[in-house]
Design a protein around this ligand. Structure first.
Ligand SMILES: Cc1ncc(C[n+]2csc(CCOP(=O)(O)OP(=O)(O)O)c2C)c(N)n1
Ligand code: SF4
Length: 538
């Protein structure tokens, strides 16, 4: 069988292609983006006609995946952890409808917040939905789990979640491929009512889900991803969840741990294995990336008596991702791994690229707003968030995708004038449009900047759902055409751009300013591709 060197994200994508998936639905977000990008670039996926277009946001992606599963095909939906907040309504309800074709939800968590606003642990969401959760400890396992996850979803008739973290998503390892599976035939659910969540049906479906919990646990017990590995030193038993198992093993080059180890990669946790470890060992150490989910469960409200070590008692740091050194310390071992970073290597804080259109937009905004004083620019999430840093210091908030317009509206309702929102084109169609409608309906006197660089810049330049449509969307929603102003954010137009911004800030109604110039990174990419295509034809 073929062996490939793959990122964790790529292993998931290749696994899904090989497991007979008919479509991946997603909105970009680090560290999950490469899953969909891999499928988009795969020749095999193209030949198999696997769908892989970006959705407008994670909720639309989740719902499209539910629809594909309804039609009997295998569907995957991929998103970063905070994306699951956006998709949560559809996600939680999909546990009640159940699945027809295999439905796999990949949630990519970002402990240590390498590129996120928080480090929430998606296992809680899986537990909340009461569905099986898979958490791979290696790239190979990620690949294998996709096959297993689709099977489990179809045999149990429920969606299955896969939770990964940044390190697994973004590091490479050799992966053995399995034989490729045909896609499912189109077939509708046998139960015609299961997707109609009217209360009378939903109650029945919910009871069914409750009744399945034992089966899920049985699958966790009998499944090969969870393993009880005995050890002679019973002073301590170790529970190692997902990638933490890999970190543990890195400290034992011969892969023999003296203590009993429960490798936990599928949830709900198999109580029988946990009980055995608890009974046989004097104390338990829980290694888990993210929140102390298992540790808190084990301690319970009253604590059964034995010492349980982990993140809650300070044996491991309460926040941030784990690594082999942190695990070594918690085991009382000497930390010997890794090199110090040479002094020569300078830190590189993130910054807007040279020539970025956002720079010119902020220069105009800063100049026009200066007479009104600080603290009135509500921004959103994207490259333009870097406008918070010197020398621009242009924005005052960044909370969640879409929050800029609604926060500006709320502040304006409280008496702020002018109140400004700054949002990117992709974020605007992700979750800004509905907020703009609220502001239109209330005729809120706010000025909304939609920074149209014709791409989803921050996550690497994916096609934006807003491409070529921003003005029409604003007009269609009801913004007065007279107050939709398109600017060309270039240094040579600074004076006239500032004059337009000044005028709209003073306007006592809703106005939309659209600074439009392509992101220099996507422009470069496009030009390079065009140039190399020309070279080939010459
Ligand atoms: C709910 C959620 N989904 C995805 C992301 C990841 N993400 C951060 S910014 C961004 C979009 C940026 O695109 P755009 O708004 O066009 O601004 P640009 O970066 O191009 O300036 C995405 C997808 C996130 N932070 N939150
Ligand atoms: S990637 Fe594009 S949008 Fe982001 S900072 Fe660079 S030029 Fe600006």
């Amino acid at each position: 069988m073929q062996k490939l060197l793959l990122l964790g994200d790529e292993a998931i994508a290749q696994g899904a292609i090989d497991a007979g998936m008919s479509g991946v639905f997603a909105y970009p977000g680090t560290p999950s983006t490469e899953i969909t990008e891999y499928v988009q670039k795969s020749k095999e996926a193209k030949e198999k006609n696997i769908r892989s277009n970006w959705g407008a946001n994670e909720k639309t992606a989740m719902e499209a995946a539910i629809g594909m599963s309804y039609a009997g095909k295998r569907a995957m939906v991929a998103m970063k952890h905070v994306g699951l907040n956006v998709a949560a309504d559809a996600f939680i309800n999909s546990a009640i409808t159940g699945a027809n074709g295999g439905l796999l939800i990949v949630a990519a968590d970002d402990p240590s917040m390498h590129s996120s606003q928080n480090e929430q642990d998606s296992r809680f969401f899986g537990q909340f939905a009461m569905i099986p959760i898979l958490e791979p400890s290696s790239q190979q396992e990620a690949y294998d789990m996709v096959h297993y996850g689709f099977e489990l979803s179809e045999t149990m008739g429920v969606p299955v979640m896969m939770r990964i973290t940044t390190r697994l998503a973004h590091s490479r390892a050799g992966v053995d491929r399995k034989a490729s599976k045909e896609q499912n035939e189109y077939h509708l659910p046998k139960d015609k009512y299961q997707y109609i969540l009217l209360p009378a049906i939903a109650r029945k479906q919910y009871k069914k889900l409750l009744g399945q919990q034992e089966d899920f646990e049985k699958a966790s017990l009998e499944d090969s991803f969870n393993k009880y590995i005995d050890g002679e030193d019973k002073t301590r038993g170790i529970i190692a969840c997902g990638l933490a198992y890999n970190y543990l093993m890195e400290n034992y080059p011969d892969r023999i741990v003296p203590n009993p180890v429960l490798k936990l990669c599928q949830y709900p946790p198999p109580k029988e294995m946990v009980r055995k470890l608890y009974d046989e060992c004097d104390s338990i150490l829980v290694l888990e990336d993210g929140y102390p989910l298992i540790e808190a469960d084990l301690k319970g409200m009253l604590n059964l008596g034995k010492t349980i070590n982990g993140r809650l008692d300070g044996n491991l740091p309460r926040d941030g991702e784990l690594n082999p050194n942190i695990v070594a310390k918690s085991l009382g071992m000497e930390v010997t791994r890794g090199e110090n970073i040479p002094e020569l290597v300078a830190g590189r804080p993130p910054s807007l690229c040279k020539g970025c259109s956002h720079i010119d937009s902020y220069k105009a905004l800063n100049e026009a707003i200066a007479p009104y004083g600080d603290g009135r620019v509500f921004a959103d999430i994207g490259c333009y968030t870097l406008g918070a840093l010197p020398p621009y210091n242009a924005i005052n908030s960044c909370v969640d995708m879409g929050a800029s317009i609604t926060m500006a509206k709320g502040a304006s309702d409280a008496g702020m004038f002018p109140a400004v929102a700054v949002i990117g084109d992709s974020t605007f169609t992700h979750s800004g449009m509905t907020g703009l409608l609220d502001a239109i309906n209330d005729n809120s006197p706010i000025t909304v900047f939609i920074m149209d660089n014709s791409t989803t810049g921050m996550t690497g330049g994916q096609t934006s759902s807003a491409l070529g449509k921003v003005d029409q969307i604003c007009e269609g929603l009801g913004v007065d055409k007279e107050h939709i102003k398109v600017l060309k954010p270039l240094h040579k137009f600074h004076e006239e751009n500032t004059a337009v911004v000044t005028e709209e800030l003073a306007y006592k109604g809703l106005s939309v300013i659209i600074p439009r110039r392509e992101c220099v990174q996507t422009l470069n990419k496009r030009m390079r591709a065009k140039f190399s295509a020309k070279k080939i034809t010459v």
